[in-house]
Design a protein around this ligand. Structure first.
Ligand code: ADP
Ligand code: MG
Length: 187
């Protein structure tokens, strides 16, 4: 790609920043789940390289894995100049700050933040796979995501297409979308 622009004089410096739209899934079933999801959204937006664009409603959902309380799930779309791996580190540090401990696989947790979509990138590394490998099978991921990003493409299907065929039983809207204070809402 040629980044030289004819109107620039020689020696003039330019800076170019690539910003990518991403989708993140949020979940909590320990502690003050509603407060923890609110805090996760504001923590993301507080990051200098992340801007939260849209926040889905909060849905009460039935757990998968070992017996545990119901979850509160949501999704957000963001714009970021972080790479997928840098973004994963930010998501894991927000999880840790919420008191999350990794003990039982798919066990109860104060906060789970999953990188669902990173632009139209496919990532397949040991620590990160995008699109998130299980999102197409999970109603608790697709129902909130379809509310804010139904026309985004995930492989050959839109989020709305995936949502229309997934098992959505046990996914109930619990908290309507509200105006959380974010950079976008404070313009
Ligand atoms: P789950 O979200 O499936 O319940 P965890 O939150 O415990 O599981 O994540 C386990 C591991 O999944 C993390 O250590 C992380 O490296 C990896 N991982 C791979 N792809 C992703 C992704 N797209 N988003 C978040 N974590 C991911
Ligand atoms: Mg996770």
């Amino acid at each position: 790609m040629c980044l030289l622009r004819p109107e620039l004089r020689s020696g003039q410096r330019v800076s170019v920043m690539f910003v990518t739209s991403c989708a993140i899934g949020l979940g909590s079933n320990l502690g003050d789940s509603r407060g923890l999801l609110d805090l996760a959204v504001t923590s993301l937006d507080d990051h200098p390289q992340i801007e939260v664009m849209r926040v889905a409603g909060y849905y009460s959902t039935k757990p998968i894995g070992p017996p545990q309380p119901d979850y509160l799930n949501s999704a957000v779309t963001i714009a970021t100049s972080l790479s997928p791996w840098e973004l994963l580190v930010v998501l894991q540090s927000i999880e840790s700050n919420s008191g999350r401990e990794r003990q039982v696989h798919w066990g109860a947790r104060t906060l789970d933040l999953d990188l669902l979509l990173y632009g139209c990138w496919y990532v397949n590394t040991p620590s990160l796979q995008v699109p998130h490998p299980y999102m197409a099978d999970r109603g608790f991921v697709l129902v909130p995501l379809a509310e804010i990003a139904g026309d985004w493409w995930c492989g050959r299907k839109s989020v709305q297409d995936l949502c229309s065929v997934v098992d959505r039983s046990g996914v109930q809207l619990s908290v309507e979308v509200k105006q959380l204070k974010t950079k976008k809402n404070s313009y």
